[in-house]
Design a protein around this ligand. Structure first.
Ligand code: SF4
Length: 436
């Protein structure tokens, strides 16, 4: 989501004739688009803000802007700590960015403005989120979240769910297709609770997927993915639509977070481990070749060894292709901030290591079994290590390196997975798919 919103801000600047600077130190404007979801992301953003505030103390002729959900959450604190920051714009206030650019152009920036000075803004979607020259893009379809998982800051910093109008989504797909985008990832904190309503008309997630598939095919987009799908809202109708339409990649990110019902309830996830397993069974029955990835959060307050074992059992039963694994860090302002029975740091780290170890084993096994299979891939770019090799991606989100040239970038081809180095496949030859 942060990437998509950053791309939209870059486009807004390009629209006014701004160009990327060779390096941030020489820029006329520095924009830091922050994320609040993980504490590590906030810590990194704070480091960058301190760095540019330091430069600004010595060289005052650039505009420093902090955007995103950390700006929303900590605006006042940031203002006090870094008076060098010129503008602070929260998640609902990106629409004021062109005005900020204009003020920067006119060099009339009053020191330290925040978006509240521009009036109350409701969240609005940018018109487009793809970058020139790219072949894959993110496309936000909804914003915010109503789920209030007890550990998560998102509903507080991004607000309640808002669904983007289907017409605006279709228009962005058209523009993206025209500019050469071949793969789109639909984005939202909880995409399958997408529900757009105006008067009598309403469109839910499966209905949107059907429209998206038609628009994508019409405009040369060949692959659609979506992120993140919460298991609690994943409907049978959604499974049916994906299964019936091959434009939807046979890979699904389905965050489970934990395998213990006690912990899932305390996290307020709204499903049980058995419910999750049943959903996976339904998805696999409809699409036997689908691969799954997930998020796993260990070390949640009151988690016992037995709870952890249940998580490892669930992983064993499902065998995810990959997982984002992390341990619990209490976030101030969330329901889990002050929960009793917090787990000691060394215990959390040890449990996380066990989860990571098991996941590595599964990833290795699953990838090894894929050697020899023929895959359709999208060539995304030239390898950083070898200018005569292409980096390509399968629909299961696997990377494959294959000999090739720059003129193949952006096209689809077929190849045979020949060997594996780390988690990246290698192939010997790229056979272009004609008509793609
Ligand atoms: Fe956060 Fe839960 Fe919403 Fe995901 S579904 S954004 S974890 S509150």
């Amino acid at each position: 989501m942060n990437s998509a919103e950053s791309a939209a801000l870059v486009l807004a600047a390009r629209d006014r004739g701004w160009l990327p600077a060779a390096d941030a130190e020489g820029a006329d404007l520095v924009l830091i688009n922050t994320c609040s979801v993980r504490i590590t992301a906030e810590t990194r953003a704070l480091g960058r803000i301190a760095h540019y505030a330091g430069i600004k103390k010595k060289r005052r002729n650039f505009t420093l802007v902090i955007a995103g959900c950390m700006a929303q959450r900590m605006g006042k604190e940031l203002k006090e700590k870094y008076p060098e920051v010129d503008y602070i714009i929260g998640t609902a206030d990106r629409s004021v960015f062109p005005q900020i650019l204009q003020e920067a152009e006119e060099q009339t920036a009053a020191s330290l403005r925040d978006s509240s000075e521009y009036g109350e803004n409701a969240f609005s979607f940018s018109n487009s989120h793809f970058e020139e020259g790219q072949f894959r893009s993110f496309l936000p379809i909804m914003h915010g979240c109503n789920n209030f998982c007890s550990y998560c800051i998102v509903p507080y910093v991004r607000g309640r769910e808002i669904s983007r109008a289907p017409d605006a989504i279709a228009q962005e797909i058209r523009l993206a297709g025209e500019s050469g985008i071949r793969e789109i990832t639909l984005l939202g904190q909880n995409v399958n609770s997408y529900n757009w309503k105006v008067e009598e008309n309403s469109v839910d997630f499966p209905a949107l997927l059907e429209t998206v598939a038609v628009q994508a095919k019409k405009n040369g987009v060949k692959r659609i993915r979506f992120l993140s799908a919460n298991p609690r809202n994943f409907s049978p109708q959604t499974i049916k639509v994906i299964a019936n339409n091959e434009i939807f990649c046979r890979h699904l990110h389905l965050p489970v977070q934990h395998g213990s019902d006690k912990i899932l309830a305390s996290m307020n996830r709204g499903y049980t481990a058995a419910g999750y397993l049943e959903l996976v069974r339904e998805i696999r029955a409809a699409m036997p070749d689908i691969t799954l990835s997930t998020d796993i959060l260990v070390g949640f307050p009151s988690e016992t060894e037995e709870d952890l074992e249940q998580t490892l059992d669930l992983m064993e039963e499902i065998k995810f292709l990959y997982a984002y694994m992390y341990h619990f860090n209490p976030r101030e302002g969330t329901a889990a901030w002050n929960l009793p029975e917090q787990i000691a740091g060394d215990v959390k780290r040890a449990r996380l290591s066990r989860v990571i170890e098991l996941q590595k084993k599964h990833t290795k096994e699953l990838l090894k079994n894929r050697i020899g299979s023929r895959e359709r891939v999208l060539a995304e770019g030239i390898s950083r290590k070898n200018a005569d090799e292409l980096i390509t991606r399968t629909e299961k989100d696997e990377m494959v390196v294959v000999p090739g040239t720059a003129d193949m970038i952006g096209s689809f081809g077929e190849l045979v997975l020949d060997s594996l180095r780390g988690n990246t496949f290698r192939a010997k030859e790229f056979f272009p798919c004609h008509g793609d």
